[in-house]
Design a protein around this ligand. Sequence first.
Ligand code: NAP
Length: 324
Amino acid sequence: MNAKTKLRTTSSSATTLGLCAVLGFGSQGTAIALNLRDSGCEVIIGLPTGSKSRRKAQRAGFSVTTVSRAVAGAQTIIFAFPDHCHQRTFASAIEQHLHPKQTLVFLHGTSISFSLVTPPTDMDVIMLAPHGPGISVREQFVNGKNEMSAFWAIKNDARGKAKKRLLAFAKAIGIVGQKKLFETTFDDEALGDLFGEQTVLCGGLTELIHAGFTTLTEAGISSDNAYLEVCYQLDLIVSLIKRFGIEGMYQRISVAAKYGSLKTGPKLIDAGVKKRMKAALNEIKSGAFARELSALTPAQLKILDKDLKKLTSPEFEKAAKKFG
Ligand SMILES: NC(=O)c1ccc[n+]([C@@H]2O[C@H](COP(=O)([O-])OP(=O)(O)OC[C@H]3O[C@@H](n4cnc5c(N)ncnc54)[C@H](OP(=O)(O)O)[C@@H]3O)[C@@H](O)[C@H]2O)c1
């Protein structure tokens, strides 16, 4: 945000939050650090020595230090780095620097819910999980649109001030009002979020889209046409579902689409899918997924990037870029 852009003055948030240590300067970390600063809060960025993000944070005008130093000096500590690093980093660089007057802010529930991180009980531990990536957290703040919503939860309320701190943090990053803040628990958010992204929003959806795309292209339909049919219009359908419900969406599409959906949809997404969804839920619930995530090594993460390519194809990616 340049100096001419409208700034919000939330000095009460700044007073309540004190010095904010944003740990990580990636998707959420960048947005949260910028929003906090534009709201008048004092911000320091904590990153491991040798982090690629150090220069980016410095170029954005932030003071950057190690995770340990940032934690030791701050009143509010924001876990804005990848969940799979929380357990190791908490044990090696955070835990020993904590003191009761500090507040730990999580952006997702997994680490607390599955006890990968166990903070002392005499400090505030809160969660504000934005319903969108960092780029959206930042954009809606800059535009002043207040479109972002979030789940919130309190794990520890050491001195009866955790809610005040949570609301101050939410306000300072631009998430304001009862219609935007949904109360939950760390456990429910972790379970729901992991399940939702694995089975429906990301894992399930991309498999469905790509299976539809390759079925059409293998039948001789051009990549462009196949993409336009199985992916391009998806946001319009989702938007109808969000506005009017599933039934309302069906009331607004053609008879052919309605009739065909009823005939084919349940045969495709059958009871077997639900059974496998339950198995995925149980794996998450048991903590097995969180433990696996937390044990990921840099070598495994490199393989993960390669494996992700198997979920798509060059033809699909080309079409997506063309119409994106
Ligand atoms: N992204 C989303 O859409 C989203 C939405 C809601 C909630 N969340 C939650 O927000 C949190 C952050 O997620 P994210 O997606 O924003 O993460 P991210 O973009 O993957 O975070 C990357 C940043 O963290 C730094 N980093 C890596 N290891 C670190 C460590 N041990 N200590 C401190 N910094 C470290 C990276 O530095 P290098 O450049 O050196 O790698 C980079 O600056 C997670 O709890 C996530 O579940 C994310």
